[in-house]
Design a protein around this ligand. Structure first.
Ligand code: C5P
Length: 413
């Protein structure tokens, strides 16, 4: 078992949702791994789990009322968050997320979340329509931009009888996200990649059919954007060439927004020279061979137009095969639904890149658009199998591998 949670102090905020019952198992598992857990129950949370059951499992007093704290003066709300290494909100309801995004401090939980200077991880849980509502998605974007870590939600049957994304991540997934947080190197201002220029592609591409229609794919850009963030935090000079996504521009990154594969290639070439290129974009393999400057009309009785597709440039293969200005490390991604490693090893050769990050995107994994990823890193020296990790943690681990690569190179020089 990983040591990452040994002696860590977790402040767990339990919001009001049916998923609150899972926090009991979460507390037990966290304590099994050596962490101490102090729980704050919101008043809605207390409708789903009792302070007695939570307190018995956590072995500590359960906090719920802001004014209790000042009464006893034993511990103030600032101390509660100061005493923790990490704040975890599980379940994070739509209401809690909205309050966090707006910076409200209307009860003990939200006051703590506003007063803390510690990292915060939230596990959203709500009805699928509430999750998909523009307001919740807007709040989610705000929280991510504020540096809040997110795990889940998962897709599946919901207590309300509906199906879709909104189920809280399982305790094991929340533990994996917490462990990833603690095992992540704290660079605290150190910039070990200073002087390294990185080029990253991310997101889908949109290939026009006419001025209003296009071909696209389901890539969210989360993994590529997370890599840009991780490298920038480590001091690299990062250019992110992104297809259309709903994501905010990562802080400290030079972002070039493009639509098509051809624009993406041009933007990449313009960003050279670079020391490392990471192609995480889901570039459309084909585009429509038309140059319709007007919307294609549906004429009554006429046959549906036939779309002729032509191949797009392969950006990864192009960058890998450059004779001038080839980045010294070119990393590709391989999304596979079967024989993941075998296909990725072949892809590494075919594309001519140095590393391949292979991931299983079969529908049951929920990787496409989801928060978690299981990857294998394939290099010229072999293969590393990484555990199930949030995309943020995959990005940080890849950034550390890139750092190790450049350090080794420097040592040899
Ligand atoms: O061939 P496949 O699309 O599976 O390869 C995936 C890898 O190649 C990813 O790294 C992706 O960013 C890159 N790619 C590219 N340009 C394309 C197609 C894929 O850079 N036209």
């Amino acid at each position: 078992m990983s040591e990452a949670l040994q002696n860590r102090r977790i402040l767990l905020i339990v919001g009001g949702g049916i998923a609150a019952y899972k926090c009991l198992e979460l507390i037990r598992r966290l304590r099994d791994r050596g962490a101490s857990v102090r729980v704050v129950l919101t008043s809605a949370g207390a409708e789903f789990v009792t302070p007695l059951s939570v307190g018995t499992l956590s072995g500590d007093k359960v906090y719920s009322d802001l004014f209790d704290l000042t009464d006893t003066a034993a511990i103030g709300h600032i101390e509660l968050s100061r005493d923790a290494d990490l704040l975890v909100v599980a379940p994070a309801t739509a209401d809690l997320m909205a309050k966090m995004a707006a910076g409200l401090a209307s009860d003990l939980a939200t006051t703590l979340l506003l007063a803390t200077d510690k990292k915060v991880l939230i596990a959203p849980a709500m009805n699928v329509r509430m999750w998909e509502h523009r307001a919740t998605q807007r709040n989610l974007e705000q929280l991510m931009a504020d540096g809040i870590h997110i795990v889940g939600p998962n897709e599946g049957d919901m207590a309300c009888g509906e199906y879709g994304p909104g189920r809280m991540a399982e305790p094991a997934e929340i533990i994996a996200a917490i462990e990833a947080h603690f095992s992540e190197l704290e660079f605290s201002g150190a910039q070990p990649l200073k002087g390294i220029k990185a080029l990253i592609t991310s997101g889908p591409t949109h290939e026009p059919i006419d001025p209003v229609r296009y071909l696209a794919n389901r890539s969210s850009g989360k993994q590529g954007h997370a890599i840009a963030t991780a490298l920038a935090r480590m001091g690299a000079d990062v250019t992110l060439v992104s297809g259309p996504t709903n994501l905010a521009n990562p802080a400290g990154v030079n972002v070039k927004r493009v639509e098509t594969a051809r624009e993406m290639l041009t933007a990449c070439e313009a960003a050279l020279p670079a020391d490392v290129a990471i192609c995480a974009a889901a570039v459309a393999d084909w585009r429509v061979d038309v140059d319709a400057t007007q919307k294609i009309k549906k004429e009554p009785g006429a046959e549906a137009p036939a779309l002729k597709l032509v191949e797009n440039p392969d950006i990864l293969a192009t960058l890998s095969r450059l004779t001038k200005n080839r980045p010294s490390l070119v990393v590709g991604f391989a999304a596979e639904t079967e024989k993941v490693v075998e296909h990725a090893v072949a892809k590494r050769k075919r594309k001519g890149c140095d590393w391949i990050v292979a991931n299983d995107v079969s529908p049951e994994t929920g990787v496409m658009g989801g928060e978690l990823n299981t990857v294998h890193l394939i290099t010229g020296e072999g293969q590393e199998d990484w555990p199930l990790l949030p995309k943020q943690a995959v990005a940080e681990r890849l950034a550390r591998s890139i750092l190790a690569h450049f350090e080794k190179k420097k040592a040899k020089a």
